[in-house]
Design a protein around this ligand. Structure first.
Ligand SMILES: [Zn+2]
Ligand SMILES: [Zn+2]
Length: 302
């Protein structure tokens, strides 16, 4: 039995290099694996190891006044999910590419519990704004949310500039997967002069734990081998996206089997089998998993 710790905190760290060295020494001694990012603006970590090792790490961090109130998300797992330990200094805890002298996260929108957010989201003078990328929102989002057409978080500030009129004069309710991106994304919205900005504490996953029959539709995209997680309970779970080939409902992302292409697409089980995960006739030629069925080549090229 292993434990996984997920945590972040925006707080000034004067000497990130020294903090990295302290982290490496302790984590190596405890046998912890995973990834810790340390920046002048804060700390963002995912660590795993024995239950005892995780406890000792937590006590160490919490004894530091800067992190005294840090909330850890924890879950247990049978296999160690990370092969090695990486502790590195980064310019930002979450890459947004915005020059802000490190003050941006402290101007973030007001935190709301899932219950508060849920109630406010149903009022008239609000807009719900997705803080994630387009491909994430494609398989799941909050009902009536605005989903920015961006491929990378770095594009978010520009999107806000160009779409400010959609947010003007409204209460802006923001959300993201686990809450960390909203710390910055909400500050970016506030910087444009929009005052009433709120963020969903703990993100989508936490909302689903509290309100599994609420305003969420579809699945939640995650950046690991699982690819997506269910948010609602079984009775309220839905699929909102369609297969790129046949337009049947599906929320299964696959990458094109031609490694040089690697295009991200949503395919249903039947089209996966027929295409062997190739996105086109061209890619089927380079597909180690076999050649595409002739009928599908016509469909793809159409
Ligand atoms: Zn299909
Ligand atoms: Zn391809």
């Amino acid at each position: 039995m292993y434990r996984v710790l997920l945590y972040y905190k925006y707080v000034p760290i004067e000497n990130p290099e020294a903090f990295v060295a302290e982290h490496k020494a302790l984590c190596s001694r405890l046998g912890l694996k995973g990834r810790v990012l340390i920046a002048h603006e804060g700390l963002n970590g995912t660590l795993s190891g024995s239950v005892e090792a995780c406890e000792e790490y937590k006590q160490w961090i919490l004894s530091d006044s800067r992190f005294a109130h840090m909330a850890f998300k924890e879950h247990d797992t049978a296999v160690l999910p990370f092969p090695r330990l990486r502790v590195v200094v980064r310019p930002e805890v979450v890459t947004l590419g915005v020059k802000d002298e490190g003050t941006l996260p402290y101007k973030a929108g007001k935190h709301l519990t899932p219950e508060e957010w849920h109630a406010l989201a149903q009022e008239d003078d609000v807009v719900i704004l997705d803080g994630r990328n387009m491909y994430e929102a494609r398989i799941g989002k909050f009902k009536n949310a605005i989903t920015p057409d961006i491929q990378n978080f770095r594009e978010f500030p520009q999107w806000v500039k160009e779409n400010k009129e959609k947010l003007n004069g409204k209460k802006v309710l923001m959300y993201c997967t686990g809450g960390i991106r909203c710390e910055k994304a909400s500050a970016v919205v506030k910087e444009t002069g929009i005052e009433d900005v709120y963020q969903l504490n703990g993100g989508i996953i936490n909302y689903g734990k509290h309100i599994p029959d609420g305003l969420w539709e579809g699945s939640c995209y995650v950046f690991d081998a699982r690819n997506k997680v269910q948010v609602n309970d079984d009775a309220h779970h839905t699929i909102i996206s369609k297969c790129d080939f046949c337009k049947e409902l599906s929320d299964q992302y696959v990458n094109c089997a031609n490694a040089a292409c690697n295009k991200m697409m949503i395919l249903c089980a039947s089209c996966r089998e027929k295409s062997n995960d190739a996105c086109s006739a061209e890619c089927a030629q380079h597909n180690r998993r076999g050649v595409m069925k002739p009928w599908l080549i016509d469909k793809v090229l159409a």
